[in-house]
Design a binder for this molecule. Structure first.
Ligand code: NAD
Length: 480
């Protein structure tokens, strides 16, 4: 059985306890590798190494840091096919998606922040003829990066890259559900010549590895992406220690379709924004609101397209819907489909487990599911399901749909479909969301602020926001 190792002090090592966790391939339901079941001892070793490495890494000329990161980026690109296959196997996502989205994005995260840091400047403020202020921006020290399973290498690198570029050293923890590409990434870092201790990757469960990272007195900042409940726990621990916190959490995003939209584009993009990655993207639009006049037409076209999505082995290049990430997760999603029925919803399509002949017989496959007839404030329409399940809802006026859209505790992203620019602007301003897409979805410019409002998170990542997070400021005031 393949083994995944921790990456500590430049070495690939098992956990101190030498205990292992089984890593399951979602498409087959079979264990295919073992993950170190690490704990606070391993976190301590990782921290000590990162603390030592900080002395040199933080002083290294920025161009040298950038060069090493660019080498890592190139190696990701060179190994794109292999990494995509590994990601698909570990997560259940279609290999085509991993090849076109996950892995290229991991490479561009490294490249973007490696080059971005070369253009990062701090401010100065002149106070009449009294004094000049300038702001020093210094790396924080050892920082913690904790990431989820849905976009494994994509989100792992999204955090690590700005942290390293800004001169910090890192103790990172990928999700125990999808650890493989983080492990392969550690091999790439070694090959690229990343000095030992600059990045340490500790594998294992959240409470045994993530919690000790959060609780560690020497780790001064935590960048976390994951569920809102976990974010809450992290905030409780980190706040009294006055740690810097960036929390990218859950969502329940509205997809709002006005009757003056570009209909064909709205329908086809909505299929993607509902079911890409089996609906397991924090930015998926899981509540679709369609204006009354086009509701029936939209419903018919949307359901037809959803029924044409190919569900199958993630290894097949034609597969559009792969496996859900785990047995626990598919059961959770199924429980929401049952709840939706109890709440009076009608399943328009989907709702059932899919059995695939051959190697995927025991995999976690679920039909993409579309439900209508629910009230905007029922649990199905308020709680994050994070699977291939969307609801169709109708509305008449802008005010009404705004009330529905903003009614959840979340505020990550929203999508608005209209050809009326004034309406689009009005809606964008009124929606409770960190990101609003108008007539598109998941179009990402890495320079823009990324994050949510309300229970979807605290802080913004992306572009210089990430460098601002991963640096500490000192204002120097010099009298004339
Ligand atoms: P999760 O919160 O269960 O786990 C995320 C990470 O936190 C994992 O590495 C996990 O091991 C670790 N963890 C668990 N308990 C911990 C603890 N007590 N202390 C520290 N770390 C701990 O989330 P998940 O199920 O892996 O991911 C799905 C969630 O992530 C969804 O809610 C989704 O919306 C959210 N998400 C948000 C974004 C965003 O950018 N806002 C992006 C992707 C996913």
């Amino acid at each position: 059985m393949d083994k995944i190792f921790n990456y500590i002090d430049g070495q690939l090592v098992p956990s101190k306890s030498n205990k292992w966790i089984e890593n399951v391939e979602p498409a087959t339901g079979q264990t295919y590798s073992l993950i170190p079941d690490s704990d606070h001892e391993d976190v301590e070793l990782a921290f000590s190494s990162a603390e030592e490495a900080f002395k040199e890494w933080s002083q290294k000329p920025v161009q040298e840091r950038s060069d090493i990161m660019l080498k890592i980026s190139s190696l990701i690109e060179e190994n794109k096919a292999f990494l995509a296959e590994a990601e698909s196997r570990d997560n259940g996502k279609p290999v085509g998606l991993a090849k076109t989205i996950d892995i290229p994005r991991a490479a561009s995260n490294m490249k973007f922040f490696a080059t971005g840091i070369l253009h990062y400047a701090s401010e100065s403020h002149q106070l009449n003829d009294v004094a000049i202020n300038y702001t020093l921006r210094k790396p924080i020290g050892v920082v913690g990066c904790i990431s989820p399973w849905n976009l494994p290498l994509y989100l792992f690198t999204w955090k690590i890259a700005p942290a390293l570029a800004a001169g910090n050293t890192v103790v990172a923890k990928p999700s125990e559900i999808t650890p493989m590409t983080a492990f392969l990434f550690s091999e790439i870092c070694i090959e690229a010549g990343l000095p030992k201790g600059v990045l340490n990757i500790v594998h294992g469960y959240g409470p045994k590895v993530g919690a000790p990272i959060t609780e560690h007195k020497g780790i001064k900042a935590i960048s976390f992406t994951g569920g809102t409940k976990t974010g809450e726990q992290i905030a409780k621990v980190a706040a009294p220690m006055f740690k810097k916190l960036s929390l990218e959490l859950g969502g329940k995003n509205p997809n709002i379709i006005f009757d003056d939209c570009n209909f064909d584009k709205a329908v086809s993009t909505s299929v993607l924004s509902s079911f890409a990655n089996q609906g397991q993207i924090c930015l998926c639009g899981s509540r679709i609101f369609v204006q009354e006049k086009i509701y029936e037409k939209f419903k018919a076209e949307f359901v037809k397209k959803v029924q044409n999505l190919t569900i199958g082995d993630p290894k097949n290049k034609d597969t559009k819907i792969g496996a859900l990430v785990s047995k626990d997760h598919i059961e959770k999603v199924q429980s929401y489909i049952e709840l939706a029925k109890q709440e009076g919803g009608t399943i328009l399509t989907g709702g059932k487990i899919v059995s695939i002949e051959g190697r995927c017989k025991k995999g976690y496959f679920l039909e993409p599911t579309v439900i209508e007839g629910l009230s905007y404030d029922c649990r199905t329409n308020q709680e994050e399901i994070f699977g291939p399940v969307v609801t169709l809802n109708t509305f008449q006026t802008e005010d009404e749909v705004l009330m529905y859209a903003n009614s959840t505790p979340y505020g990550l992203s929203s999508t608005v479909w209209t050809e009326n620019i004034t309406k689009a602007n009005r809606m964008s301003k009124a929606l409770d969301a960190g990101i609003v897409w108008v007539n598109c979805w998941l179009v990402r410019d890495l320079r823009t602020p990324f994050g949510g409002v309300k229970n979807s998170g605290v802080g913004r990542e992306g572009g210089f926001n990430a460098f601002n997070f991963f640096t500490e400021q000192t204002n120097v005031c010099i009298s004339y």
